[in-house]
Design a protein around this ligand. Structure first.
Ligand SMILES: *[C@@H]1O[C@H](CO)[C@@H](O)[C@H](O)[C@H]1NC(C)=O
Ligand SMILES: *[C@@H]1O[C@H](CO)[C@@H](O)[C@H](O)[C@H]1NC(C)=O
Ligand SMILES: *[C@@H]1O[C@H](CO)[C@@H](O)[C@H](O)[C@H]1NC(C)=O
Ligand SMILES: *[C@@H]1O[C@H](CO)[C@@H](O)[C@H](O)[C@H]1NC(C)=O
Ligand SMILES: *[C@@H]1O[C@H](CO)[C@@H](O)[C@H](O)[C@H]1NC(C)=O
Ligand SMILES: *[C@@H]1O[C@H](CO)[C@@H](O)[C@H](O)[C@H]1NC(C)=O
Ligand SMILES: *[C@@H]1O[C@H](CO)[C@@H](O)[C@H](O)[C@H]1NC(C)=O
Length: 355
């Protein structure tokens, strides 16, 4: 019994360190300034917050000229990025992720939690902030008039969004709205585009297997010139409160006065498997491995396949175990899960092995 558990642990450790072969050269990788709890993994996965009551910032190291002179209009810009949010669990989630245009690479005085690592109690809403953010907000905060716990919003100088909508997209075929869950752990793509002539800011999102929807999710007609300074930094902020989430940035491109480069999805670092999927898989494996009947225990080879997700663990495991129970005490309730396995939490980078 202990033997099997040891194998599971060893495999996990091995998978956790098998990430070196993944290229770590996605756009902007070499020129990011990190702050707070932001981390850039050796596998090229960029994680923003692994800490409760913490935030993570990652800004492109160099300032970008957003205006021709301090009194001129903001020039057109476009950016696109692919992100994934892996919460602790659907009800234990962080506060969200935001694309940010800011006067500084660090955001002085920013608070975590519902402040998204962007503002605090005293400066929220103040025009002296000069911050534009597109929030992917995963918590409902009544104090900022949030519409729900899964929305996209355009924020200028504060967290009371100027415009917001439930996360999702309008299908090209019929214009029907399809909602997306920000905390689904699935990678999703966002486009933020500003037209400096028509003074219009569009935000569009979609699952990564779809091309950019024609209709934006949010379209705000507003001159950004009074809010942004001549030189600004672009980047991301994410935030955790009582619960945390892992925020992954898989690709990002930005362009002033033109269309941001398409993101090369074939070069994505691999996302860790969702913690929930893994935990479920591990619990089931624990049950199988500790089965009183030797024949019911999987072989090492099968264990590997289960862990890699190449073999499907039976959904009706409890019934299988019961049906194989030859009178010994072993229903699902009183099979003790080995403490080693249940105490494993995936707070460290965990990369699934190559296909
Ligand atoms: C970082 O910036 C420097 C200077 O602009 C540039 O030469 C270099 O290619 C950049 N590196 C990456 C990985 O983008
Ligand atoms: C700024 O304005 C000058 C004169 O109008 C023009 O030549 C220059 O290209 C502009 N620069 C940018 C970055 O738009
Ligand atoms: C820019 O605007 C400020 C006030 O908004 C004004 O004092 C200043 O003269 C302007 N500068 C130029 C070059 O127009
Ligand atoms: C809020 O941030 C500002 C900087 O923008 C800072 O001066 C102020 O002390 C902060 N307030 C709190 C309550 O942290
Ligand atoms: C989409 O909305 C429907 C109806 O409000 C809801 O039942 C469903 O769970 C939502 N899906 C996601 C992914 O949020
Ligand atoms: C924003 O969306 C509107 C409506 O679809 C479109 O007409 C406009 O060209 C878009 N502008 C940008 C900058 O994407
Ligand atoms: C895209 O992926 C989702 C699941 O992530 C699936 O439900 C949907 O059918 C896929 N769409 C296309 C066009 O492949």
């Amino acid at each position: 019994m202990n033997y099997c558990i040891t194998i599971v642990l060893l495999l996990l450790l091995q998978f956790a360190t098998s990430s070196n072969n993944i290229p770590d050269d996605f756009t902007f990788n070499g020129n990011l300034t990190l702050d707070g709890y932001a981390e850039l993994g050796s596998n090229g996965l960029f994680t923003l917050t692994r800490q409760t009551y913490g935030y993570g910032h990652a800004f492109y190291t160099f300032p970008i000229q957003f205006k021709n002179s301090s009194n001129a209009s903001v020039i057109s810009f476009s950016t696109t990025f692919v992100f994934a949010i892996v919460p602790e669990s659907p009800i234990r989630r962080g506060h969200g992720l935001a694309f940010v245009v800011s006067p500084n690479k660090e955001i002085p005085g920013a608070h975590p939690g519902q402040y998204l690592g962007l503002f605090n109690d005293t400066n929220n809403g103040k025009s002296s902030n000069h911050i534009l953010a597109v929030e992917l907000d995963t918590m409902y905060s009544s104090m900022f008039d949030d519409i729900n716990e899964n929305h996209v919003g355009i924020d200028i100088d504060g967290l009371n969004s100027i415009k917001s909508a439930p996360a999702g997209y309008f299908a090209d075929q019929n214009g029907a709205f399809r909602n997306l869950s920000l905390i689904s752990s699935d990678p999703m793509q966002v486009w933020v585009e500003y037209d400096g002539i028509n003074r219009q800011l569009n935000v569009t999102m979609s699952p990564i297997n779809l091309s950019k929807p024609a209709l934006p999710l949010l379209s705000l007609t507003k001159d950004l010139s009074p809010f942004l300074l001549e030189y600004m930094y672009v980047g991301f902020s994410s935030s955790a409160g009582y619960f945390r989430a892992d925020y992954y940035l898989l690709g990002w491109s930005f362009k002033m006065n033109g269309q941001a480069q398409q993101i090369d999805m074939s070069r994505f670092p691999k996302l860790p498997q969702s913690r929930q999927v893994l935990n479920t898989r591990l619990k089931k494996l624990g049950l199988l491995c500790t089965h009183a009947i030797a024949a019911a225990r999987p072989s090492m080879c099968t264990v590997v396949q289960y862990l890699e997700g190449r073999a499907q663990l039976p959904d009706n495991l409890g019934n299988i175990i019961k049906s194989r129970d030859f009178g010994e005490a072993s229903n699902e309730q009183n099979v003790q899960l080995p403490t080693l396995v249940t105490s494993l939490t995936f707070s460290e980078p965990f990369t699934s092995p190559g296909r």
